[in-house]
Design a protein around this ligand. Sequence first.
Ligand code: ADP
Ligand code: TMP
Ligand code: MG
Length: 218
Amino acid sequence: MGRGQLILIEGLDRSGKSTQSSILLNKLPDGKLIKFPDRSTKVGSIINEYLTNSDLKLSDQTAHLLFSANRWELADSIINDLNNGHFIVMDRYIYSGIAYSLAKLSISNDSGPEMASIDWLYSPDKGLPKPDLTIFLTLSLEELSNRKGWGEERYEKENFQKAVKNCFLKVLNADDDDSVQIIDVNNLNIEQVTAKIWEAIEQRNFNKQTENSIQTFA
Ligand code: ADP
Ligand code: TMP
Ligand code: MG
């Protein structure tokens, strides 16, 4: 018997990830949505406090490891769901983890050498289930800044987002990893973005059960 597939939507804040994830969920058979950070778990509640309360001080290394721990909290259930035939749509994952942490270098230089090391940032996520397909939504910072919904959370600042964008492009490794696809959504409305995402999915049968084994980040 085959298994369901894991499809990840990544991108900057307000790039349309949550909008597209919920649309995609209804187009896939037996779909389940997973959003990282998952703020409903024990670790997730600390992350939520960190993101929403600027008085909460954590070292950058601590915050980084909490985001990874939050993914490990769900790893077994993700694998079980896939093996039970569910398709999983994921809204953010390890690429956000590395890109946002790496971008902190651009706003502070007192974090320690770990935060500058992609190897160090990547290592706690090694072993997590790897998405069958990762889609990164990219658009200009100018178009992003016109979108409503800019919140008050820790990372929702214009200059930081610019650094995050550069860091994403560094860590996605789209040229060498054919599970990663970058989709340019500049000047596209919601329906047009959905159509592009769906084309990428259908082209390689990511909407069909597969016999391939679940890969892990190595
Ligand atoms: P994210 O989850 O990436 O932060 P959202 O899906 O919450 O982004 O979208 C952020 C805002 O941008 C919402 O107000 C949403 O309605 C709007 N939006 C999403 N996609 C588009 C699009 N293609 N064109 C214009 N506005 C969009
Ligand atoms: P959200 O706005 O999608 O809920 O994400 C919350 C913030 O957390 C967003 O600014 C990105 C950031 N983030 C990290 O810094 N590391 C991570 O591992 C993840 C998943 C998100
Ligand atoms: Mg969102």
